[in-house]
Structure formats: structure tokens, C-alpha cells
Design a protein around this ligand. Structure first.
Ligand code: NAD
Ligand code: UGA
Length: 461
């Protein structure tokens, strides 16, 4: 029986390896993590992350061929294939601070594999890493391995999106495996491809060299984020000219060379990866002495920041140039619908702007826990604990959140926001009642008929 171990039971390691276990009953999968609390949650009825369909997958194979454990060494010892799926956040200090990926977790995971392993291992980079990280991993493994144990390194970047992770994993557009172009590299590549081939058609499992594979992951995220910044840049032109960004995106998306996906204007993209991976690419370009290339990609992030502040300024301007002591309901705190993840959520930046203007904020999100909101906002970059206590309140219902507020600001595209009883909401609000749609999901005509003052990204009032 093939044995797989995954280091890192996060948003990627958890769902990815759970789906492998689900689809490969003949493979034993153990997901390990340094965070014992997270492992306990994976072993409980309340999984540590919310992802549609994840519960069913985990429940179907947990205890059968899927195990969650805090015993990292045992996991490493027993495995033939080891996924490294640890976090690679943007560096906060030192060389490359604010741009480069912090590879400390990848390095310590790699050192641990070298220290513990007693049999040959295929080590798989699942984390998103800068180009040529596999080279450093190889050096660490070879220098630290016990009895000259053989390690083969593969790059197998993950392309799932949160909120649709299980569907993406069950039916991926492609599985990418990079390896050294040597007989041993090809053999390792085949061993991993055989696992995916349990459910992914062979023609969708693509193979290439390590560096292309590593770079393809950064490139894919950069291209996706670039589309959003492009459509958001167009949204500003629409607001100034009377064009409608949804119509423009529709017209452009019908061109089969452009395609309709990922052209939804918004308050800005969030999530743990787009910004991090672009900044990583910017840093890589700078280190390669390609300043023009670095500047080009940096603009995608700059445009995203501009979009968020532009929206905050719109709210303030329309509320008669002041929101001091006004009450605003924030609908949605997650960075996108169908996830409870708030990493780099635009809502954090928007609430920061509102708190700087001394507004009172009522937050409602169907999936984000109050403790998470507090953690995100009581952060030296955003607000003090005193500001949070006096100016932020989290609600369990959108109706409660909207009571006695001057404006509603929609920041996440949760489906339930489309079908609320907006007449009831309107009646409970201060007048004039404003609603700002940062996701273009609401029926503006209907809202205007009720009496709302409506403002939408990418469209004139
Ligand atoms: P995460 O923070 O949710 O999970 C990472 C986990 O790794 C944490 O639980 C942490 O405790 C654990 N960990 C750290 N060092 C460890 C070690 N030495 N041994 C064992 N466990 C260790 O992060 P994530 O969102 O799952 O992302 C992981 C990687 O995947 C990142 O590189 C990210 O860029 C990439 N990625 C993320 C997504 C996504 O949608 N979140 C999608 C594709 C790729
Ligand atoms: C993204 C990529 O889509 C995945 O392929 C990739 O694996 C992942 O990053 C990663 O490397 O972490 P994710 O961030 O989970 O996935 O979610 P997306 O659906 O890409 O959304 C990212 C942000 O862009 C969200 O805030 C979303 O609301 C926003 N967005 C998305 C728009 O504003 N407009 C769009 O048209 C699409």
C-alpha cells in the first residue's frame, strides 16, 4: 500500500489530501501538523475550515485510509511520498520584507524530513514557492540526510480556489507535476501521477521541468489577479463615463480569446495568495535585475489597493463627506463567498478606513466567527482593542446588523445578500438609507424603488 504523508493541515493540505484518500482507497494518507489544536479539529465533528463538500469527503474516509495526527515524525517515517503543504507568507522583516516569500516553514519542514527519514522518499512541493526552491530543498535534504538516503523532489503546485476546493480537486483543469529531467526524476513523477490517475484523466496530468512548474504557479495567480485589476481599472472609467462595467465585461468576455471568467469587478481581490504570490514574482524579477518586469506586476497590486480606497472614499463622499459617529453595516467579512477565510479580505481594509473616520461598524458574515473578526481588526495595522470595543459590533443576523444604520456596505458576494427582505431592512435604517454594492450582486432597480440610495462599483448612480 502506498503511504502518503502531508506536512501542513491547512486550507490546501487538508482538502487536497482528503480528496486523495477519498479517491484512492488503496493509498494510506496521513496529514500532520505542528498545530495540535488544528489536528484535533480535523479529528472532530467541527472541521477547522469550512469548504462546501469537505465534511462528506472527510467523514467518508477518516479512520479508513485518512488520518490526522500531530505526530509529524511518525508520519514522515512511514511515508513513501511526502507533501510539503506548509504556509509561505510574505516576509515581514529582513531582506525582501514585504515582497519575498518567507520560506522558513518550508525549510524547517524539509530539515525535519531529512533528520527523520530512514527510507527513500519522494518529497513534493505543494506549497507555492519561488522559482528554484526545489534546489534549496535538495541541498538541505542531501546535507542532512542520515545514511545517504535517496530523496527525489517534485513540484506539484495546487490550483484549487477556496469555496470551490472540493469541486476543483475532484475535477481539476490540470494537475501539474515538475521534476528533474533525469530517469530518477521521471520515475518519481510517474509515482505521483499514478496517484492522481485514480480519478484524473491522464491527459490532464501534465509534466515538465521543476523550474517551469514552480514558475507556472506564480504565473497562473499573477494572470488571474491581473484580470481582476484590469476589470477594476475599467470600473473606474465606467463610473466616470456612464458605461456599465458588467456590460463591458460581458462584451469582452464573449471573445473566445478573452473568455468570460474572472472578469467580475469588485471592491478588490483578497485571499491569502494573490497579493503574496504577485509580490513574490515582483521580488523574483527584482532579484533577476528585471526592474521593468517587477514594476509591471507590482501595478496589479497597486491597482487593487486603489480600488479598495476608491470604494471607501465613495462611501464617505456619498454620506455627505463624513461618517464620523455614523453607523455602517458591513455585509460580508470573508474574502469571497463560501469560505470562512478572512486572510487579506478587502473587508479588513475597508473597516480600517471607516474606523479611521470614527464610524461605528456593524458586521455580519454567515461564516466568519466573531473571534476571527476581532483577531483581524485588533491588529496594530488596523485598530486598537479600545477602538474595536467601542466602534465594532458583530451580529448574527443581517437584519440586526442593519438596524439604525445609515448605510449598508456589501463586501462579500454571499448569495443570501441577494434575497434579503430589503423593504424590512430599509424600514429599520436611518434615512436617507444608503446601500453600497462592492460586489455587483444586488438588484439596484428594486432597491431604488424601495427608497434606497444605491451606489455600485463600475456604474454611475
Ligand atoms: P495554512 O496556513 O492554512 O496551512 C499551513 C499549515 O502548515 C499550518 O496549519 C501550519 O501549522 C502548518 N505547518 C507549518 N510548518 C509546519 C511543519 N514544519 N510541519 C508540519 N506542519 C507545519 O496555509 P494554506 O492556505 O493551506 O497554504 C499552504 C500553501 O499552499 C501556501 O504556500 C499557499 O500559498 C499555497 N496555496 C494555497 C491555496 C489556498 O487556497 N489557500 C491554494 C493554492 C496554494
Ligand atoms: C486563487 C486562485 O483562483 C486559485 O487557482 C489558486 O490556487 C489560489 O488563489 C491560491 O493559490 O491560493 P482563491 O484566492 O481561493 O484562489 O479564490 P479566487 O476565486 O481566486 O478569488 C480571489 C479573490 O478575487 C476574491 O477576493 C474574489 O472575490 C476576487 N475575485 C475573483 C474578483 O474580485 N473578481 C473575479 O472575477 C474573481
Amino acid at each position: 500500500m502506498t503511504k502518503i504523508c502531508c506536512l501542513g493541515a491547512g486550507y490546501v493540505g487538508g482538502p487536497t489530501c482528503a480528496v486523495i484518500a477519498y479517491k484512492c482507497p488503496d493509498v494510506q494518507v496521513t496529514i500532520v501538523d505542528l498545530n495540535a489544536e488544528r489536528i484535533a479539529a480535523w479529528n472532530s465533528d467541527e472541521l477547522p475550515i469550512f469548504e462546501p463538500g469537505l465534511d462528506e469527503v472527510v467523514k467518508a474516509c477518516r479512520g479508513r485510509n485518512l488520518f490526522f495526527s500531530a505526530d509529524v515524525d511518525k508520519g514522515i517515517l512511514e511515508a513513501d511520498l511526502i507533501f510539503v503543504s506548509v504556509n509561505t507568507p510574505t516576509k515581514k522583516s529582513g531582506v525582501g520584507a514585504g515582497f519575498a516569500a518567507d520560506l522558513a516553514y518550508v525549510e524547517s519542514a524539509t530539515r525535519r524530513i531529512a533528520r527523520v527519514a530512514t527510507t527513500p522518499k519522494i518529497v513534493i512541493e505543494k506549497s507555492t514557492v519561488p522559482c528554484r526552491t526545489a534546489e534549496s530543498m535538495r541541498a538541505i535534504l542531501e546535507a542532512n540526510s542520515r545514511q545517504n538516503i535517496r530523496f527525489d523532489i517534485l513540484s506539484n503546485p495546487e490550483f484549487l480556489a477556496e469555496g470551490t476546493a472540493i469541486a476543483d480537486l475532484m475535477n481539476p483543469d490540470r494537475v501539474l507535476i515538475g521534476s528533474l529531467q533525469t530517469p530518477e526524476g521521471f520515475a518519481a513523477q510517474k509515482a505521483l501521477a499514478d496517484v492522481y490517475a485514480h480519478w484524473v484523466p491522464r491527459e490532464k496530468i501534465i509534466t515538465m521541468g521543476l523550474w517551469s512548474s514552480e514558475l507556472s504557479k506564480l504565473a497562473a495567480n499573477a494572470l488571474l489577479a491581473q484580470r481582476i485589476s484590469s476589470v477594476n481599472a475599467l470600473s473606474a472609467i465606467c463610473e466616470a463615463t456612464g458605461a456599465d462595467v458588467d456590460e463591458v465585461a460581458y462584451a469582452c468576455g464573449l471573445d473566445s480569446r478573452i473568455g468570460p471568467k474572472f472578469l467580475k469587478a469588485s471592491v478588490g481581490f483578497g485571499g491569502s495568495c494573490f497579493q503574496k504570490d504577485i509580490l513574490n514574482l515582483v521580488y523574483l524579477s527584482e532579484s533577476l535585475h528585471l526592474p521593468e518586469v517587477a514594476e509591471y506586476w507590482k501595478q496589479v497590486v497597486t491597482m487593487n489597493e486603489y480600488q479598495k480606497s476608491r470604494f471607501a472614499e465613495l462611501v464617505i463622499r456619498r454620506l455627505f463627506n463624513t461618517i464620523t459617529n455614523k453607523h455602517l453595516a458591513v455585509f460580508g467579512f470573508a474574502f469571497k463567498k463560501n469560505t470562512g477565510d478572512t486572510r487579506e479580505s478587502p473587508a479588513i481594509t475597508l473597516v480600517k478606513h471607516f474606523l479611521q473616520e470614527k464610524a461605528h461598524i456593524h458586521i455580519y458574515d454567515p461564516k466568519v466567527e466573531e473571534s476571527q473578526i476581532e483577531l483581524d481588526l485588533c491588529n496594530p495595522d488596523v485598530a486598537t482593542p479600545e477602538q474595536y470595543k467601542s466602534h465594532v459590533k458583530v451580529y448574527n443576523s443581517p437584519y440586526e446588523a442593519a438596524k439604525d444604520v445609515d448605510a449598508i456596505v456589501v463586501l462579500t458576494e454571499w448569495d443570501e445578500f441577494k434575497t434579503l427582505d430589503y423593504r424590512k431592512v430599509f424600514n429599520s435604517m436611518n434615512k436617507p438609507a444608503f446601500i453600497f454594492d462592492g460586489r455587483l450582486i444586488l438588484d439596484t432597480q428594486k432597491l431604488r424603488k424601495i427608497g434606497f440610495q444605491v451606489e455600485v462599483i463600475g456604474r454611475q448612480a
